[in-house]
Ligand binder design. Structure first.
Ligand code: TXA
Ligand code: MG
Length: 328
């Protein structure tokens, strides 16, 4: 999809939400406030729509994105909740807490959202605008912060326009956000780990599990650790950049043809066993990237190769990801 030439700002209300839901249904993305920061939302089940988020942000790498849903039931259709996750959800949802949990493969979440991982980051937001958009669009919404790559997170509609004006069709303006920093991210696999600090504090999380200490099963869950990768960093630091699907086989970059026993992922004029985009469309290529890597890994060939991908636009993110996937 071509970047929008003009960005409309509409005040929060029924008309703005209806317009935004139409954009989402058409596979576009919309800036919408949450209680933390303004997010750039698109249908999380539509890989091309999610690729559009990256294209608009000009993000030089693919971070897995947070999926926003209306309630716990919707979250449970997408992710597998253990006991600790249920306790966290009961205590802090709706609100600025994101849980990283195993993703249900049949939930239809685009691989570009999870960066091909077997886990998904999911939250139930409290903000009326994001909640209204979730209800009106009827799909889970992937949404990173609504700023161009490298810029600071937007807490007002004007920040979004300054950063992404001309690149997205619509901003819903509902004033300044409350928290101003991104949600706290917690993983419950093998103990409670805080992956990103945020508005829900470590003390609040510890207090929740110490209240639960009467139940013997929660013993191992009571200690809350701060992931070493985020220790000492600030909440605006980039996320866990190495949290991506990595192929198990060697990957050769810039390939123009397949060698013996090699699976070639094509692009544009180079066909291969599979292609990211036969027409050389970089947004389509981004949408297909993680699925193509999974298919290549599952093939009967010993090694993998991929055609050269231009470094322009979202191609920078594709190449960043490929460099990481090829580095063993
Ligand atoms: O407050 C927020 O969380 C905002 C608003 C818009 O909801 N969203 C936001 O999304 O900050 P984003 O995409 O900028 O941050 C996503 C973070 C990244 O640090 C990413 O590494 C982490 O979540 N993440 C996502 N999926 C993950 C996974 N499966 N495992 C580990 N980390 C994950
Ligand atoms: Mg961000």
């Amino acid at each position: 999809p071509n970047p929008a030439r003009t960005t409309r700002t509409l005040p929060y209300g029924a008309a703005a939400i209806a317009t935004a839901a139409q954009v989402i249904a058409a596979g576009g993305c919309v800036a919408v406030p949450t209680e933390t920061v303004y997010g750039l939302a698109a249908d999380a089940t539509d890989s091309a729509a999610v690729a559009g988020i990256y294209a608009a942000k000009g993000r030089p790498s693919f971070n897995p994105l947070i999926v926003h849903v209306s309630d716990l039931a919707a979250a449970q259709r997408i992710a597998v909740f253990d006991e600790a996750a249920l306790q966290l959800a009961a205590a802090f949802w709706p609100g600025p807490l994101t849980l990283v949990l195993p993703v249900k493969p049949d939930a239809g979440i685009a691989a570009l959202v999870t960066a091909g991982l077997e886990t998904v980051a999911i939250r139930v937001p409290a903000h009326r605008a994001m909640r209204a958009l979730l209800a009106a669009s009827g799909v889970p919404l992937a949404a990173p912060s609504a700023n161009a790559s490298g810029a600071i997170s937007p807490t007002r509609a004007a920040h979004v326009v300054a950063s992404l004006g001309g690149r997205i069709p619509l901003v819903i303006d509902d004033g300044a956000t409350e928290a101003g920093v991104e949600s706290t991210i917690v993983s419950t696999a093998g103990g409670i780990r805080i992956l990103r600090e945020g508005p829900i504090t470590r003390e609040q999380i510890e207090a929740l599990f110490s209240r639960e200490s009467g139940s013997p099963g929660s013993q191992a869950q009571r200690s809350v650790t701060l992931d070493s990768r985020v220790r000492g960093s600030t909440v605006t630091a980039p996320g866990q950049l190495d949290s991506h699907y990595a192929p198990n086989k060697p990957l050769r970059l810039g390939a123009r043809e397949a060698r013996d026993d090699e699976w070639l992922i094509g692009f544009g004029a180079i066909p291969g066993d599979d292609t990211l985009s036969a027409t050389g469309d970089l947004t389509e290529a981004a949408a297909n990237l993680f699925d193509a890597l999974h298919r290549a890994d599952a093939s009967d060939r010993a090694t993998l190769a991929i055609a050269p991908i231009p470094h322009t636009g979202i191609g920078a993110a594709i190449n960043d990801r490929l460099r990481r996937a090829a580095h063993r």
